[in-house]
Structures are given as structure tokens and as C-alpha cells.
Write a protein that binds this ligand. Structure first.
Ligand SMILES: Nc1nc2c(ncn2[C@@H]2O[C@H](COP(=O)(O)OP(=O)(O)OP(=O)(O)O)[C@@H](O)[C@H]2O)c(=O)[nH]1
Ligand SMILES: [Mg+2]
Length: 665
């Protein structure tokens, strides 16, 4: 029998039951004899000590089981918003997903964020409404919420009985026997299927097989989302969901004989501190002892390969298109690297970046070097922590999504590296946006330019969230093609140099939302006229000159420091509304009228990152522990008052002598 592979992500808000559901699948497939429990710390995928202690998933984990002729590589992801980077890294390797929603808590802000990403990437997604056994479960309400807040294109696949009780169960709807279900299926599928629509309108009888094929086809295209209900804890509805996964989600396609193309989505360190790369292979085959290319110019020999099979990973001589493999031997490989001869896919960038940072301080000042090594290793597994060190090498800081992630880093350093550390206060990561157009030119053979090249740059403000666009507006004949070979390569290099130079603006923050145009380029020649006579420049000359000109242009136009802001939604006991409103007022939030919902009132407003942290700290005291606050990143907005500055990791090019001493001539 030809085996197919389905790389399946399980995504949801925190505590929805992803890890419990994963255990259920493994049990149902006969991979484990006993179902592990998140609360006892005995599940397969929450294997880190820290995950077991805390009862939450921190890292994505791959585990495999079989449904008929399909090998499912299931990726259990964390639901806590502090670990969303883990989810982001797996999105590009999925063939399909199950989005879990709790039948009690319903659609959460995190659910919306995840569903939007799944839809943008057109990942075929089934929805599982879990915890139907818990008091307060209400699948009908949750289904309406899903339609209202996530997508109207949903189709309930199961009926629920004895909802809210331990004995809650489900039965699948059948198109053959259930006219009402058949009608609903036809109605939803006809929207994207002209032939079905015709038959529907003409009252033709549509055979059930044609309906189920059409449903699978539209699910595969992400046009419709079948919804299953059940209880991962008690096993109800899991068989129906399993059948849905095998019938409705498309197994991976790929040619094992084609050129090798893979993507590294996870890095782990083995027991011998060796680097293990998790690679989704899109085409071709990789074998042990093959020399493979990765990233930008890396190449190494694969020393060992393991693939996932029935709850374990097994050694194999090779791995092929469609599979996820663990590769040993690629010592310098990084998350996000392509593997092989062609690039098939890149990592997704679907979620907001971390908005907080904090300085990490070793308890023992003598541990500074060990801390740097340890954090560099953690950054291999999670590049978004973006370890920064200022040029005096005294302070080291990391980017963070939130307090839980900070605690996890602290605990990991203690457990895995025997490093006691403290964190300074977490502060928001701001950005800088140019406020007006600025231009600057440096000419060669002038006192302020030792770099053997002319360079002119213009910086213009652009729309918020537009990022950086680099344009080159010079005569191609003037570009130093003897350095860069082609004009395209020159443009690519300028793009890179501008990107590097924008890492720290006038106030030390990353500069973004602008258009940078190269307005002049020139270089010295050994036999040129006196004004142009001099040594030929190297790529390094332009790389070092770019920040000098760019900062001058930025200074001319000016920039505004903008802080991250969040939309928040607080649910508080109605009697506590007064103190909460007062606290929000002190934090500078403008709040509309609260909308009372019986004993609870809902407040919605926007707050800067620092305010969200303050509110989270104050809320338990203000509401007797009853208040909850949800926050969702909502972009950046100019700070009021004195703009905060960030310590640069390299000297400011506007302090020319210091800069020159740092980069060299
Ligand atoms: N009553 C009931 N409880 C459930 C069900 N599924 C999970 N739970 C419980 O919900 C809690 C969270 O379950 P997990 O499986 O850890 O949820 P998760 O989605 O993996 O959580 P994170 O990975 O931390 O985001 C645990 O206490 C589970 O026992 C269910 O179907 N019914
Ligand atoms: Mg989990």
C-alpha cells in the first residue's frame, strides 16, 4: 500500500486541549497503551520538565501516528500568546490544521489571530469544539461565535448529546440519511461549485459520494471548515474527527525524485550538544552522508536522519518529499534556512513581533560570558528573542512577548545551564518612523568621507506598517559593477546595507515605514581626474558609508518614536467597574461606556504595552481576582512626551570619529 504523509498542526488558545487531544489520537492509533495527562505531566508532547511542571506547552513537538494509509506527523503547538513564535515557525510546513475551540470558553482573541493566519496561508483547517463534557458547554453558541468571529463558511459535522455532562457524546451527520444535513452541505458548497449550484437549484438529487468529494475539495482549498465536536479528555468525538482528518485534509504532495528542497522550522540540541534540524521536505530526497546546501552559502554532510513513526523517531538512510525529518550534521544550520538545491517555501511572518525587552543580569557577575553562550544557544531555537549586547559588552538584553516567556527563559537558564539570572524591568520595544523627507550626500575625497565612493540617499516617510522599501535611482553605468558584477546585484547589496543601517535610528530604535532611495553613486579611479583619483572601492566601503549618509538624511527629516499599542478587552465584575475605570484613566486610556452583561461588565480600549502590563498587575487587586483582560497587538503609535531612547549596539555614525574607530577605514 502506498503510504501518504499528512503534516498536521494542532492550534488553539491556551488550555483548549491540544495536548490532551494529541494523546487521544496516539491512544486511538495504538501508539500508546495509556492516555497521559497534562495535569500529571505524563503526555508525549509536553516532554520538557518545565512543560510538565507548569502544565502548559512551551515548544512545538512532532509526533506521528497512522490513520489507514496515511502517516500523520502531528505538530502540537503552544497556545499561550507568549509562545506564538513557535506557532509561526510551523505554519509553513503544514498540509492541514485542526483549530481547537473550547465549548465553554468559546472563541478567544488568540483563536481569531490563529484563524486569520491559517486563512491567509490557505491552510486547510478543521475546527474541533472540545470539552463538551464540561459544565457550561454550549456547542451551538460556540458554532455561532465561530461563524460570527472566524468564518461564515463552517459546516457542523456532528450532533451533540448530553452536552455539559461526563457522558456527553456525538453522532456524525450522514448526507445519505439526513436530509437537513444534505441541504446544509449543498447550500455551503454551491457557493463555490457552479455545477452543484445548478443541481441544487434544479432540485436534482446529488449522490452522497459527490457531496463528500466536493466537501474534501473545498476543505483542501480552505473555502469551507468542517466543525467537529467532542471531548479530548473523555474520547467523545475523536473517532469522527480522525475520520475527518483522513477524508477531508489533503496529504502532502511532492516528488521524491525532484531536486531537494526543504525548510528548517525547528532546531534542537542533542545530548552531545549537537545541533538537530527539523526539516520539512517539499521535494527530492536527502540521504545520510549526502552533502547538502543550506541557508546562504552553508554546506555540510548529513550524518544521521530520523523520521517520525508511531510515537517515536526512527533512524533511516533517507527521507523524502512530504516527510518531516530530523537531520544531524549541519552544524551551522539555522531556523528558517532552506535545505537543498531549490527554495520551496519560506517561514511565515504572520504574527506581530515581540514588543517587550529586558536586560538579563547574571547573579554572579563572573558568569557574563557563560550567559552570552547560553542565550546564543536559546536564540538558535528561538531567534525572535533577538539577543542584543551593547558595544561596551556590559549589558545583554532579550526581546520578549511577555512575563511567562521571561519566567521560562529564567527557569531554562537555571535548569539547563546552572545560571542564576535576574531581569531588569521589562520595557516596550519602540520603533522610529521618519516624519519628513530628508536627503544627504557624501562625496569622495572629502574630509568626512574616507570610503572611496560617492553616495546620496533620500529617506521618505511611508504608510504605517508598510515596512522599508529601497529604490535605486541612478544611471546603471555609474554603479561600481566591477565590485558587484551586475546592476541587480548592486541593488540587492544596497538593499542589505540600508536594512542594516536602519536597525538603529536617531533614538536607537529600528527605523521602519519609509522609502529609501539611492540618489547618487560614484567611486574613485586610479587613473581618474584629480577630483576622482584614488583607490577603487570595495563592497565594504559602501557598506560602511551607507549608515553615515542614511543617518544624516534621517536627521534632516527627523523621526518619531512610536510605541506598541494593544487593543484590550477587560471583563470585570460590575461592582468593580469604578476602580477599574479609574485605573485605566491613570494609565491614560480613553474608555467608552462599559457594556454591562449582568454581573459582569466589558470594557474595551487601547493601551500602550507598558499600560497593559500595569493593568494586568493591578486587575486582580481591583476585582478580587475576578477580572480578566485580553490584549491584542494593534500596531504602533507616536509616544507622547519625551521619546525613550535605546542603547545602540554600535556607535552612532553621526558621532563620526567614534564610528570610524569602530568600523575602520
Ligand atoms: N473537561 C475536559 N477537560 C479537558 C478536555 N481537554 C482538555 N482538558 C483539560 O484542559 C486542560 C488543558 O489541556 P491541555 O491539553 O494542556 O491544553 P493545551 O491546549 O495543550 O494547552 P497549552 O498547550 O498550554 O496551550 C487540562 O487540565 C486538561 O485536562 C476535555 O475535553 N474536557
Ligand atoms: Mg499543550
Amino acid at each position: 500500500m502506498l503510504r501518504r504523509t499528512l503534516n498536521l498542526g494542532i492550534l488553539a488558545h491556551v488550555d483548549a486541549g491540544k495536548t490532551t487531544l494529541t494523546e487521544r489520537f496516539l491512544y486511538a492509533a495504538g501508539v500508546i497503551d495509556e492516555i497521559g495527562s497534562v495535569d500529571k505531566g505524563t503526555t508525549q508532547t509536553d516532554s520538557l520538565a518545565l512543560e510538565q511542571e507548569r502544565g502548559i506547552t512551551i515548544r512545538s513537538a512532532v509526533v506521528s501516528f497512522a490513520i489507514d494509509d496515511v502517516t500523520v506527523n502531528l505538530i502540537d503547538t503552544p497556545g499561550h500568546p507568549d509562545f506564538i513564535a513557535e506557532v509561526e515557525r510551523v505554519l509553513a510546513v503544514l498540509d492541514g490544521a485542526v483549530l481547537v475551540v473550547s465549548a465553554v470558553e468559546g472563541v478567544q482573541p488568540q483563536t481569531r489571530i490563529l484563524m486569520r493566519a491559517l486563512q491567509r496561508l490557505r491552510i486547510p483547517t478543521l475546527i474541533f469544539v472540545n470539552k463538551i463534557d464540561r459544565a457550561g458547554a454550549d456547542c451551538e453558541r460556540v458554532l455561532e461565535e465561530v461563524q460570527h468571529k472566524l468564518t461564515p463558511a463552517v459546516l457542523a459535522m456532528t450532533a451533540v448529546h448530553e452536552e455539559g455532562a461526563r457522558g456527553a457524546s456525538v453522532t456524525p451527520y450522514a448526507a445519505a440519511a439526513d436530509a437537513g444535513f444534505r441541504e446544509r452541505v449543498l447550500e455551503i458548497l454551491a457557493e463555490h461549485d457552479a455545477a452543484l449550484l445548478r443541481d441544487y437549484v434544479d432540485d436534482e438529487v446529488v449522490p452522497p459520494l459527490r457531496l463528500s468529494n466536493a466537501l474534501a475539495a473545498q476543505t483542501a482549498r480552505g473555502l469551507v471548515h468542517p466543525v467537529f465536536c467532542g471531548s479530548a479528555l473523555r474520547g467523545a468525538g475523536v473517532n469522527e474527527l480522525t475520520a475527518g482528518i483522513s477524508k477531508l485534509l489533503p496529504a502532502s504532495a511532492g516528488d521524491g525524485d525532484a531536486l531537494l528542497a526543504g525548510l528548517v522550522f525547528k532546531i534542537e540540541r542533542g545530548s552531545a550538544s549537537d545541533r538537530i534540524a527539523y526539516v520539512r521536505i517539499f521535494s527530492g530526497t536527502v540521504g545520510t552522508r549526502d552533502r547538502v546546501r543550506f541557508g546562504e552559502g552553508g554546506e555540510d554532510k548529513v550524518t544521521s536522519i530520523r523520521v517520525f513513526l508511531d510515537g517515536a523517531d526512527v533512524q533511516r538512510p533517507s527521507a523524502s518529499a512530504g516527510e518531516i525529518a530530523k537531520l544531524w550534521g549541519l552544524t551551522e544550520v539555522q531556523i528558517g534556512d532552506s535545505i537543498g538545491d531549490v527554495e520551496a517555501r519560506r517561514l511565515a511572518h504572520e504574527f506581530a513581533p515581540p514588543t517587550l525587552e529586558s536586560v538579563v543580569v547574571p547573579a554572579d557577575p563572573a558568569d557574563g560570558q557563560r550567559l552570552r553562550v547560553a542565550l546564543a544557544q536559546l536564540a538558535e531555537q528561538d531567534p525572535l528573542i533577538n539577543v542584543r549586547q551593547d558595544d561596551t559588552r556590559r549589558e545583554i538584553s532579550v526581546s520578549l512577548y511577555g512575563e511567562v516567556q521571561r519566567e521560562v527563559i529564567e527557569a531554562t537558564l537555571a535548569a539547563d545551564y546552572r545560571l542564576e539570572v535576574g531581569f531588569r524591568e521589562t520595557t516596550p520595544i519602540c520603533i522610529e518612523r521618519p516624519t519628513a523627507t530628508g536627503e544627504a550626500v557624501e562625496l569622495l575625497n572629502t574630509p568626512t568621507n574616507p570610503f572611496h565612493a560617492d553616495l546620496g540617499l533620500r529617506v521618505e516617510p511611508a504608510m504605517p506598517d508598510s515596512g522599508v522599501e529601497v529604490r535605486v535611482d541612478v544611471d546603471p553605468r555609474e554603479a561600481p559593477l566591477y565590485v558587484f558584477k551586475t546592476f541587480e546585484s548592486f541593488v540587492e547589496h544596497m538593499d542589505e546595507y540600508v536594512g542594516l543601517a536602519l536597525e538603529a535610528g536617531l533614538f536607537g530604535w529600528q527605523v521602519t515605514d519609509c522609502v529609501v532611495t539611492v540618489t547618487k553613486i560614484g567611486y574613485s579611479l586610479a587613473d581618474g581626474p584629480p577630483s576622482r583619483r584614488g583607490p577603487m572601492p570595495t563592497a565594504g566601503d559602501l557598506k560602511k558609508l551607507t549608515p553615515v549618509v542614511l543617518m544624516q538624511a534621517l536627521e534632516e527629516g527627523g523621526s518619531a518614536v512610536c510605541e506598541p499599542v494593544f487593543r484590550i478587552r477587560a471583563e470585570v465584575p460590575t461592582e468593580a467597574i469604578g476602580p477599574v475605570l479609574a485605573a485605566l484613566g491613570r494609565l491614560g486610556a480613553e474608555t467608552g461606556a462599559p457594556s454591562p452583561r449582568g454581573a459582569l461588565s466589558v470594557l474595551e480600549t487601547a493601551l500602550p504595552a507598558s499600560g497593559v502590563q500595569d493593568l494586568r498587575r493591578q486587575l486582580p487587586g481591583l476585582t478580587g481576582g475576578e477580572g480578566v483582560v485580553e490584549s491584542e497587538f494593534a500596531g504602533y503609535q507616536p509616544v507622547t512626551g519625551d521619546p525613550p531612547t535605546r542603547k545602540r549596539t554600535t556607535p552612532n555614525p553621526l558621532n563620526f570619529d567614534e564610528y570610524l574607530a569602530h568600523v575602520g577605514r
